[in-house]
Write a protein that binds this ligand. Structure first.
Ligand SMILES: NC(=O)c1ccc[n+]([C@@H]2O[C@H](COP(=O)([O-])OP(=O)(O)OC[C@H]3O[C@@H](n4cnc5c(N)ncnc54)[C@H](OP(=O)(O)O)[C@@H]3O)[C@@H](O)[C@H]2O)c1
Length: 333
């Protein structure tokens, strides 16, 4: 198949590009900074010659959007919104204008669309969309608004010959440098992988192999349209999630952090505490009902695999400073 990945240069794009190219597909990446032969220039806002890549493609998977790993200033929140809505709109315009439109358009969305909650898990049928939760910072509602506008832009695009699926994805865990697993692992290795603000908030995640397999499944299953959760079936509280990760790497301690310590840490990392504190309890209802089987359903097995692969990343040291002394991590393979 010919598969076009707008915004395919980031963490998720790298995972998909690698796997889909290895499977023998022709992958074209739309990027603002083309560097490789398979890259095509676009700006994510305006129609242009890049639309020729969409015409005649089999699949489009739009991943473009300003990184959410930043301080949630009004300016950054606006850029997070505009880059997602504008890119979805212009991808829809290119598909609508194509003489040979793609069979399916997968549009990235996010598990963050669901409410911050602890009591029950959110599937697509019974899940609660966020934005009205009491006792959470006002700006958390903005992330939900971004996701809703993102999905609405895709849903309203006039593309009658192209099936549309919105990927409400949890955090995609891969050992690649700079990805979310890499950041969490680094914190754990520094002894900072303890409970944050009590650690009762749920973490939803999906192993990179299952993410790719779910994308392939959704491309193949012609009856599936609309929003689909991409998350492993058993999200777990943050304190347990980090304990499993510490154990997988062999880190003996994980210092707990209070909410204000997390604020300081997020400030130092130029990130935002919503990423740590919001309870994302999301389960794959539609994938499960359609018969999708996860190869890494449990966090323990997934973390062990990710750690094994992370140790094989060149240049990653095998020794980490933990607390007062040096702790030796398990031998590298
Ligand atoms: N990573 C996860 O676990 C996860 C989970 C759920 C949802 N998501 C969503 O999935 C999408 C892909 O995630 P990711 O982790 O791969 O993100 P990423 O690493 O930040 O990559 C996103 C790509 O979007 C492009 N981009 C950035 N700002 C842009 C702008 N203003 N206009 C047009 N393009 C822009 C960039 O490509 P160029 O610089 O090459 O143009 C960048 O490589 C994001 O929208 C993210 O919110 C990610």
């Amino acid at each position: 198949m010919k598969i076009v990945l707008p915004g395919g240069t980031g963490q998720v794009g790298t995972i998909l590009d690698r796997a889909l190219s290895a499977a023998g597909h022709e992958v074209v990446v739309l990027t603002r900074r083309p560097r490789r032969p398979q890259d095509v220039a676009w700006d994510g806002v305006t129609p242009g010659p890049w639309a020729e890549a969409v015409d005649g493609a089999d699949v489009v998977i739009n991943l473009a959007g300003r990184s959410v790993s930043c301080r949630y200033t009004p300016e950054n929140l606006r850029a997070m919104m505009d880059s997602r809505v504008d890119s979805a709109r212009v991808v829809g315009e290119a598909i609508a204008a194509a003489r040979r439109p793609p069979k399916v358009w997968l549009q990235m969305s996010t598990a963050t669309i669901y409410a911050h909650r602890f009591d029950a898990a959110n599937d697509e049928a019974t899940g609660v969309i966020g934005g009205d939760e009491p006792g959470v910072p006002d700006y958390w509602a903005y992330s939900v608004e971004i996701a809703k506008n993102w999905e609405r832009t895709q849903a309203e695009a006039p593309t009658p010959h192209t099936r549309k699926v919105a990927l409400r994805s949890a955090m995609v865990m891969s050992p690649d440098r700079g990805g979310v697993f890499d950041v969490l692992l680094r914190l754990a290795r520094l002894g900072l992988g303890g409970p944050v603000a009590g650690g009762a908030q749920y973490v939803s995640w999906i192993h990179d192999d299952d993410f790719v397999r779910a994308v392939e499944f959704l491309v193949a299953r012609e009856e599936i349209e609309g929003a689909v959760n991409l998350a492993a079936p058993d999200p777990l509280p943050q304190r347990d999630f980090m304990r499993v990760l510490r154990k997988a790497w062999g880190v003996p301690v994980g210092l707990p952090a209070t909410r204000w310590m997390a604020e300081l840490g997020a400030l130092a990392m130029r990130s935002d505490t919503e990423l740590l504190l919001k309870s994302r309890r999301v389960v794959p209802g539609r994938l499960r009902d359609a018969g999708f089987e996860f190869t890494r359903p449990g966090w323990e097995g997934a973390a062990a695999d990710l750690v094994r692969r992370a140790r094989a990343v060149p240049g990653r040291p095998g020794r980490v400073r933990v607390g007062e002394g040096w702790a030796r991590s398990s031998p590298r393979p």
